[in-house]
Ligand binder design. Structure first.
Ligand code: MN
Length: 131
């Protein structure tokens, strides 16, 4: 057992994954005994991921603020603390904060043997973000 009370490795999300400023915290990396990756992301107002997919799917658990999750071809859906979003393998989607409020979620991902857990595409346009 390992109990970690501090998470010193907060990183600013890379600019080829995120529009705007997002803070990433790694909570659990894959290990030899299991392939789950767990982290949290805080999106500042207006920040969101690029379009992306996860080969093994993803579960999001919203913990703070108000955010949005989007899929291809439909309007984004508002998400709030306590909401759980289950994203299917290879489903194109994005997630982020609202225009005027931040949002924090925990994310749980399976990780492939090659370390892959996300594939990123193009930025989410303002049109798709605001639709
Ligand atoms: Mn995702």
């Amino acid at each position: 057992m390992e109990i970690r009370r501090t998470h010193p490795d907060t990183e600013i999300g890379p600019s080829n994954w995120f529009t705007g400023v997002a803070y990433m915290n790694n909570l659990k990396q894959p290990s030899d005994s299991n392939n789950l990756a767990i982290g949290s992301v805080t999106f500042t107002p207006g920040a969101r991921t690029f379009w992306h997919s996860h080969p093994f799917g993803q579960t999001l658990i919203v913990t703070e603020g108000v955010g949005l999750v989007g899929r291809r071809g439909v309007a984004a859906t508002e998400i709030r603390p306590g909401d759980v979003v289950v994203i299917e393998p290879d489903e194109h989607h994005w997630h982020g904060a609202c225009v005027d409020q931040s949002m924090t979620h925990i994310h749980v991902n399976g990780v492939g043997l090659d370390g892959t857990y996300a594939i990123f595409f193009e930025p989410v346009s303002d049109e798709d973000y605001l639709r």
